[in-house]
Design a binder for this molecule. Structure first.
Ligand code: F6P
Length: 369
């Protein structure tokens, strides 16, 4: 029998659909095993400030389908470089990790489930090195963690982006315009690539494939020559041109994610309108991609992840992240899980399939036979 009596759970980093589904699964399963669950508020900040709520079956009832997180989240509360009052400022971050350790001790938390992306998992790794028992659950709409086939949240974001591509076709077609849809995804192009394939986009611009302005314009002109008077461009927020230039909206001091991307779609629109007489319109999907109810896939994955995280704790197997490989849930050492970003392979079959149905990546791509 396990000697675990009480666990903590927190959600950190950007929110996404499926966080509540994981919190629910962790809580329900732990309670079933007579383990108490403390939900720490706003990511690691709850552990710095000792701000928590005791979770029971009532608190997690009805949240499976709800977006966001009932625990709140933060992507600025890093206990190792804490920038918030009363301890630190963005200019003068403080290491307050000792407060986290003290609160874990004070509340008799035997193990923690940390739900987050690469930033959260990296912080988790630092606490594991200090002796905290942690199991990580991979979240992010970006799907950029190499250790898991899928992070939860991605499928919901993809569904929203694909729906946008579908809907924008009618205006593009009616007005003979180029519609440019900017997706999130940071330095990985998964949302853009898959929504472009699923929505039948004509041009797809990704961080992994540097684009050339003239090739983009040629692709539009080629379509016009074939009588297709509109084009749909799906561009990832982190897309780069051949000089390696990205569109940075602003830099945010003290954030765990200091570069805020945004504005690439407008940049592409301005470039096209400066070269050819074709009207462009821009739609930036932004945080819409992180809102609303999780898809069936994300609810399924979140529930399996939450349950598997508790199983690992019961087995005493902490220091791991749960991951999906094929259809199996496996445990991956957290250190390994945060070592590499998963990015689109420009020579891979997904890109090849898109090219085979006529999608341009704004680049001259060649594939081996
Ligand atoms: O990592 C998830 C993500 O939504 C990225 O796709 C995006 O670049 C970033 O977070 C936006 O962060 P924020 O909500 O802080 O603007």
């Amino acid at each position: 029998m396990s000697d675990i009596k009480r666990i903590g759970v927190l959600t950190a980093g950007g929110d996404c659909p499926g966080l509540n589904a994981v919190v629910r699964a962790v809580t329900k399963y732990a309670l079933l095993k007579n383990i108490e669950v403390y939900g720490f508020k706003n990511g690691f900040d709850g552990l710095v400030r000792n701000d928590f709520v005791v979770l029971d079956n009532n608190t997690v009832s009805g949240i499976l389908t709800r977006g966001g997180t009932i625990l709140g989240t933060s992507n600025i509360a890093n206990p190792f470089r804490y920038t918030l009052a009363p301890h630190g400022t963005p200019e003068n971050p403080k290491d307050v990790s000792h407060l986290v350790l003290e609160n874990i001790e004070k509340n008799k938390i035997d193990a923690l489930v940390t739900i987050g992306g690469d930033g959260t998992l990296s912080m988790s790794k630092q606490f594991i090195d200090k002796g905290v028992k942690i199991v990580g659950v991979p979240k992010t709409i970006d799907n950029d963690l190499s250790a898991t086939d899928y992070t939860f949240g991605f499928d919901s974001a993809l569904a929203i982006a694909t729906d946008a591509v579908d809907r924008l076709h009618s205006t593009a077609e009616s007005h003979h315009r180029v519609m440019i849809i900017e997706t999130m995804g940071r330095y990985a192009g998964w949302i853009a690539l898959r929504s472009c394939i699923a929505g039948g986009g004509d041009i797809c611009l990704l961080p992994e494939i540097p684009y050339n302005d003239d090739i983009i314009v040629d692709a539009i002109l080629n379509r016009q020559r074939q009588g297709k008077t509109f084009s749909i461009i799906v561009v990832a927020e982190g897309a780069k041109n051949e000089k390696g230039e990205m569109a940075v909206q602003k830099t945010v001091a003290g954030s765990t994610d200091p570069i805020r991307l945004g504005g690439i779609a407008q940049k592409i629109a301005d470039m096209i309108e400066s070269k050819i007489k074709t009207e462009c319109r821009v739609v930036v999907l932004g945080h819409l991609q992180r809102g609303g109810t999780p898809t069936a896939f994300d609810r399924w994955l979140s529930t399996r992840f939450g349950s598997a995280a508790v199983d690992l704790i019961l087995k005493g197997k902490t220091g791991y992240m749960v991951a999906l490989r094929g259809t199996e849930i496996v445990a991956v050492p957290i250190a390994e899980a945060v070592a590499h970003l998963k990015r689109v392979d420009p020579k891979g079959q997904e890109v090849r399939a898109a090219v085979s149905v006529g999608t341009s990546f704004g680049a001259n791509l060649t594939f081996e036979d």
